[in-house]
Every structure is written in C-alpha cells, then in structure tokens.
Design a protein around this ligand. Structure first.
Ligand code: ZN
Ligand code: FE
Length: 256
C-alpha cells in the first residue's frame, strides 16, 4: 500500500483546508477550495504543485478558490454530479459508487446529502481516511440546510458504518463549541467529559482537533448517539425512532 501525506490548515475563519499528497506520483489534491490565496501559500511552502481539487458541495466557503487555482495550475476538478449546475469549473462529475484516482490513491464516493442536497463524502479505503466536509464535525454535525433530518441521519449512518479506525476530516473547526453542546446533551458520558477537556486544551495552544476517528465519534458525538437511553430519557423521547431523537438534538443545537 502506498503512503499518503496530509497537510491541513485553517482557512478563512474556521474552514479546515486539507491537501493530500501521493509521494509515489507527486499528485496533490486539495479537498475543497475555501480560499485560493491560502492554498497557494501552503502549496508554495511545501513545494507542491496542485493536480486535483475534490469538491464536496457547492457552498462558497468550499468552492471560492476553484476557478483561480484551476486557471493557475490546470488542475482537474472533481465534484458532485448532483450539484453540477451550482459549481463552476468541474471537469468530472461523481456520485455514490464512483471511484477515481489521485495519482495512485483510490478515492471512493459516497452520497451524504442533508447539509446540501448533493453533498458527497470521499473515502480513501487503502488509507482508512474519509473527508466528510459539512456532514459530520468533531462531536457535531452540519446544519440541515437543503435536506431533512431523516436524510442527514442516513448520511451520518454511512459514515458511522465505515471501519472503526477510519480517520475523519471535516469541513470546519467548530470542536470546542460542539463539545460544550455535547456535554449539555450527555453530561455523564465520561469519555465525552475527558475529550472535551482534551480538545479545549488543544485549541488553547492552537492545535487542530482533527482528524477524528469513527470509533471516537461513536463514543462522544451526540448526533451519532440517539439510541443511548440516558440521552432519550433526558430529552423525554424514550419511545421515538433514532432519527427523531437525532432531529431533536439538531433542533436544540440550532437554538443553542
Ligand atoms: Zn457548507
Ligand atoms: Fe462549510
């Protein structure tokens, strides 16, 4: 199995920008393109030449850098078929079940609608890594802007079913606020209490809180835990379906 280098940094105010590098071929992909100048600067610092941009959804904070970077580098832009009319500069359209390569790195596409109607996530099965953008955040989940709660719940379940040791990279550094909210939903989850303290300390020294991992999220992310009796009890939703409990947690986060 080939190696993979990942370089991440904050762009704009709170977007995670991520560059992946295949050392065997020199291929470099940017996961989304929050800001051309930020990505250009980091590429130059690394001595890397952009070959691909992989787009998860149409929002400006994920797409603003596409056209300038494409015209400078001639990179290939791959993104969601379902949002083709809303994203400029796409060269290849993909949807669930599609697989493509960045250099020698295999990338599998899954549909994860809910935040936007055509949002995709990208899974690198050989590297146990997935890029989930604004579907799942560390201890949180994306706002449901174009979808409905059941749709978002199904998308989160696809991520939860990835191999437990899969590293997850998200779209935004919202971790400390998410941890606070998670503690309000599940104050007696000891793993969550410990993790909240850990990520707060990390942010205090300006460290980034991702990647997270599927097993860690299953233990600490309230949006993946609507089946937990203590949460159901606290919300007064003992007999509801998981997605209904999820919807209530999302609703409370919107108001928090
Ligand atoms: Zn978004
Ligand atoms: Fe975003």
């Amino acid at each position: 199995m080939s190696r993979l280098d990942i370089h991440q940094f904050i762009s704009r105010s709170d977007n995670f920008a991520v560059l992946i590098h295949d050392p065997e071929t020199g291929a470099i992909a940017s996961i989304d393109a929050p800001d051309a100048a930020d990505i250009r600067r980091e590429l130059a610092a690394k001595g890397w030449k952009l070959s691909h941009i992989l787009v998860t959804h149409h929002h400006a904070d994920h797409t603003d850098g596409i056209l300038p970077l494409k015209s400078e580098t001639g990179c290939k832009v791959i993104g969601p078929k379902a949002e083709a009319s809303r994203i400029q500069g796409l060269d290849q359209l993909v949807a669930e079940g599609d697989t493509f390569k960045v250099g020698n790195i295999q990338v599998d596409v899954i549909d994860t609608p809910g935040h936007t109607a055509g949002h995709i996530s990208l899974v690198l099965p050989d590297h146990k890594t997935a890029f989930v953008a604004d579907t799942l955040f560390v201890m949180g989940c994306g706002r449901i802007i174009e979808g409905n709660p059941e749709m978002m719940w199904n998308s989160l379940q696809k991520i939860a079913r990835l191999p437990k040791d899969t590293d997850l990279y998200c779209g935004h550094e919202y971790t400390v606020a998410n941890a606070k909210f998670a503690l309000a939903i599940e104050p007696n989850n000891q793993k969550l209490v410990e993790r909240a303290a850990q990520v707060t300390a990390m942010r205090a020294r300006n460290a980034l809180t991702q990647p997270t991992r599927v097993d860690i999220e299953l233990e600490t992310n309230p949006f993946l835990r609507p089946h937990v009796p203590a949460i159901r009890e606290r919300l007064g939703m003992k007999d509801k379906k998981d997605w209904e409990v999820f919807a209530e947690i999302r609703e409370r986060k919107n108001r928090s």
